[in-house]
Design a protein around this ligand. Structure first.
Ligand SMILES: Cc1ncc(COP(=O)(O)O)c(C=O)c1O
Length: 386
């Protein structure tokens, strides 16, 4: 059978060998430290699990949801007001089954064949996939070390900016661990206004930001409401990655377009999951704050530990990732990952999988407690790769 040409957009053969070896090693019984996956190891708070369990007892809640519960939309609005000081109304909110799915469909709702979109390199892979599915033509803006892994808007050619339909921006950054401040966002809003570009801010790590900085919403920036939408995921803040809870928030014309598309293919978020989301949004935040401190302790153990053994890895500023330039003498991130896996039993992700500018780097996920991260550092030291 001749399958869709679309599938050729998603080849991942180069990673097959790495994945095969990972599975073999994990099955071998050898001590393996898997820092490649971005799935938190922290527990989902009890009140969120309880809300889902209680809702699941009611047979009515097993029917098609068909809509976002008014209490859910209200809970998002309340959360944005309390957490970010941003006033939004329910018509500016829609649920998506995770930001992954929402971004995966964004191009289908917003793009026509050949439309130019601006995406980060290195960047989270679904930014590309969701844009290509909509037929868009990505222009990749680089996140470079010399710019603190932030976009240099002035380097985007004028004709490209004039042609661009949307720009996806995401801080704290996966994979670069960089954080953008007020000055950058103000510049971004001006840029979006000047060239009439929709900004799609992917805010997956608003609660994992280090060294006393406060995670914010894109809508904290003056003028952002006119130019943008934000994906706001509960996955990492509340450790509900498997429940697939996220929201698209902001400009109602964009919300309506995405809602129209999704209404063709989806009957709404499972009602017990909606109840769990309400419990998360309206519930206590102590665990979220504590967890951020825990991530910072892990960051300190990994970045500090690696520096102490001679690998100059800067402190990640936010997200649950550390972005490490390959040690001296290594050039190929895929080869290095394979060697690290074989010699140290440490699994990380090749930077090349996040785009061409990711080559020369690897990404570690902070998914082990500090004690085990110290063991990781020790294993890397003993591997002889540095
Ligand atoms: C930048 C970024 N966006 C989106 C996601 C996916 O979030 P969700 O679980 O809401 O689909 C991730 C997950 O790792 C991410 O790193």
């Amino acid at each position: 059978m001749q399958f869709s040409k679309r599938l050729s957009l998603f080849g991942d053969e180069i990673f097959a060998a790495l994945n095969r070896r990972k599975v073999e090693l994990e099955a071998s019984g050898k001590r393996i430290y898997n820092l490649s996956v971005g799935t938190p190891d922290f527990e989902t708070p009890a009140h969120i699990r309880q809300a889902l369990i209680e809702a699941a007892e009611d047979p009515e809640n097993w029917k098609y949801a068909l809509r976002d519960l008014p209490e859910l939309l209200q809970a998002v609005c309340g959360y944005y007001a309390r957490r970010f000081g941003v006033q939004i109304t329910p018509d500016e909110v829609m649920s998506v089954n995770g930001s992954q799915e929402g971004i995966g469909h964004i191009g289908l709702a917003l793009c026509d064949e050949g439309d130019v979109v601006l995406l980060p390199d290195p960047g989270y892979p679904v930014f590309t996939a969701g844009s290509l599915l909509g037929g868009a033509k990505p222009y990749y803006y680089p996140l470079l070390e010399e710019n603190g892994f932030l976009p240099d808007l002035s380097a985007i050619p004028r004709e490209t900016a004039e042609a661009a339909k949307y720009m996806i921006v995401s801080f704290p950054s996966n994979p670069a661990g960089s954080v953008a401040g007020e000055a950058f966002y103000r510049e971004l809003v001006d840029f979006a206004k000047k060239y009439d570009i929709l900004i799609i801010h992917d805010n997956a790590y608003s609660d994992i930001i280090f060294d006393g900085k406060e995670g914010r919403s894109f809508f904290n920036v003056p003028g952002a409401r006119e130019v943008g939408v934000e994906f706001f995921s509960l996955s990492k803040s509340f450790n509900v990655t498997g429940a697939r809870i996220s929201f698209l928030i902001g400009r109602t014309d964009v919300i309506q377009a995405v809602r129209l598309l999704r209404s063709q293919i989806d009957f709404g978020m499972f009602l017990p999951v909606q109840r769990a989301a309400i419990a998360a949004l309206n519930g206590p935040r102590e665990a979220v704050v504590r967890q951020c401190a825990d991530y910072q302790a892990r960051r300190d153990a990994l970045c500090g530990g690696l520096r102490s053994i001679g690998w100059a890895v800067p402190d990640s500023k936010g997200s649950m990732f550390v972005w490490a330039k390959l040690p001296q003498g290594h050039q190929d991130s895929m080869v290095f990952c394979m060697q690290l896996m074989e010699k140290a039993g440490v699994i990380c992700t090749p930077g090349a999988s996040f785009g061409p500018h990711g080559e020369g780097y690897v990404r570690f996920a902070l998914v082990l407690p500090p004690q085990e991260i110290c063991e990781v550092v020790q294993a890397i030291r003993e591997s002889g790769l540095l």
